[in-house]
Write a protein that binds this ligand. Structure first.
Ligand code: SAH
Ligand code: SF4
Ligand code: F3S
Length: 471
């Protein structure tokens, strides 16, 4: 038995990176690595980086500066610390990272994580190793699966990557360059992953991909399957109570996906559907290839199929050429849709993207001002959405013990945290909860009797009308 080596991994960016971090841990477990909470005593530190906006990228170099000090300190104490940079900055900048920070041992792009054990050995022997290829093989097929112990430790909700990469080339975005073109995993490989997770206590699965509804993986019948069919297959796996998927593109919403929302009780009526802007002029300049009206129609279709469907979105303010009038169109769209929440960002020019060549026209002060106005509107909608839960009875999937003794916490269909006083034996179950109050973003309530739930069903209003009242 070799002594365990300590691995510290720090992830930035999207849920794809969160999932990849787990899979890197799984890939390194057979090499004797166990996770540790602090970088200082680690034998290997992996920074799993994000390149989406300038701030995200720059964090890497300040973090690497701190790690170099820790590495020198370890060396003085006769220990070796290896530093690896993974993720989208690794893919975008490659060897440049080692030139800027020579303490880095390994640079590994998102498609090459199955090569990590070899890269670490190469680096130990030759000083440095780099792999930013886009290999044709499926990295997930080659990565070792998580152990039952690892699955149980990670809790009852799990991500599973079903699709990676993006062919959309929105003019502001680095993802098509850092993650490569769209690739879908086969249905059987995904179903096997989900079965393994369900067998080890996982109750909720979020299928992830940069463009998850562009999914078109090989089905068991030899034909490509769309996301709606994949969801139906996974909903039938014993133990799976809830299914979600993220992130979707409005142009890839097929009728079978709408039908899945109508037909599959396990599929949660909550969707992140980024739109970026409400102005057709700006949408065209962003190469989103749809209008604001087309987006509204997609939302309407979902709401027809599932009247309680709620939505979140992403917005960019200050894209080159965005006028006050364009921005007003964004505010108008937000008001019309009525969101349960949304992320909004100031435009950040990214090297190598078409938008970075465009003349920037929105000053930093204007961007700040638009961001505040948009966020104020979204906050109002989010508060109204959460407040509308008070007095209703909703299904909660319990996830873990809460910080307050005697309480457990779970999530509603709309991912709102909900706290009740109850036994931890209920973790993993979906139970009706009568919501009494709202504390910041958390709902507080009590376990309901099933009679309460029945009484309540007829009075539950669709999310859309609930939000319009408050917004
Ligand atoms: N695939 C998703 C988004 C991935 S990136 C989609 O199609 O929408 C997550 C979010 O970051 C984007 O929705 C966008 O709002 C924001 N973003 C991406 N590039 C950006 C940039 N250059 N500047 C500011 N925000 C950006
Ligand atoms: Fe980026 Fe657009 Fe692809 Fe989303 S769809 S990942 S914003 S290029
Ligand atoms: Fe960031 Fe890469 Fe995700 S750029 S948002 S980590 S795909």
């Amino acid at each position: 038995m070799t002594t365990p080596r300590k691995l510290h991994i720090k992830s930035y960016g999207c849920q794809m990176n969160v999932y990849d971090a787990q899979r890197m841990v799984d890939a390194l477990a057979p090499q004797g690595f166990v996770e540790t909470a602090s970088a200082d005593d680690a034998d290997l530190v992996i920074l799993n980086t994000c390149h989406i906006r300038e701030k995200a990228s720059e964090k890497v170099y300040s973090e690497l500066g701190r790690l170099r000090v820790a590495k020198d300190e370890a060396a003085r104490n006769g220990r070796t610390m290896q530093i690896a940079v993974a993720g989208c900055v690794a893919q975008a900048e490659g060897g440049e990272i080692i030139r800027r920070q020579p303490a880095v041992d390994v640079v590994v792009g998102p498609q090459s994580y199955h090569h990590l054990p070899r890269l670490l050995r190469d680096a130990a022997q030759h000083g440095r190793a780099l792999d930013t290829e886009f290999p044709i093989e499926d990295k997930f097929g080659l990565l070792p699966p998580p152990s039952p112990k690892a699955i149980r430790a990670r809790g009852i909700s799990s991500f599973v990557t079903v699709q990676e990469g993006c062919d959309k080339f929105c003019t502001f975005c680095v993802v098509p360059y850092t993650r490569g073109s769209e690739v879908s995993r086969p249905v059987k490989a995904i179903a096997d992953d989900v079965k393994r997770l369900a067998d080890n206590g996982v109750r909720e699965i979020t299928l992830i991909g940069q463009n998850v509804n562009a999914y078109h993986g090989d089905g068991p019948d030899g034909r490509p399957w769309a996301l709606g069919s994949l969801l139906a297959q996974l909903a039938a796996i014993p133990g799976i109570a809830r299914l979600r998927y993220s992130t979707s593109h409005p142009n890839d919403v097929e009728d079978t996906l709408i039908a899945a929302h109508r037909d599959l009780p396990a599929l949660m009526p909550f969707l992140h559907l980024p739109v970026q802007s409400g102005s057709d002029r700006i949408l065209a300049a962003m190469n989103r290839r749809h209008t604001a009206d087309a987006y509204r129609r997609v939302i309407d279709k979902f709401r027809e199929a599932r009247p309680d469907m709620a939505f979140t979105s992403d917005f960019i303010v200050g894209f080159p050429g965005e006028t006050e009038q364009d921005f007003q169109a964004t505010l108008a769209l937000v008001t019309q849709i009525g969101y349960a929440g949304a992320y909004s960002f100031k435009y950040s020019p990214r090297p190598g993207t078409p938008a970075a060549e465009m003349q920037e026209t929105v000053s930093a002060a204007e961007m700040d001002e638009r961001l505040v106005r948009l966020q104020t509107l979204i906050d109002t909608q989010q508060s109204a959405f959460n407040a509308a839960a008070i007095g209703t009875t909703v299904d909660v999937l319990f996830e873990r013990a809460a910080r307050n003794p005697g309480q457990i916490v779970g999530r509603t269909a709309f991912l709102q945290p909900a706290h009740v006083m109850a036994s931890p034996d209920l973790i993993g179950q979906v139970l009706p909860v009568k919501i009494d109050s709202l504390e910041r973003y958390s709902l507080l309530g009590a376990l309901a009797q099933s009679a309460d739930l029945n009484a309540n069903v007829s009075s539950v209003q669709p999310a859309s009308s609930r939000m319009m009242i408050g917004a």
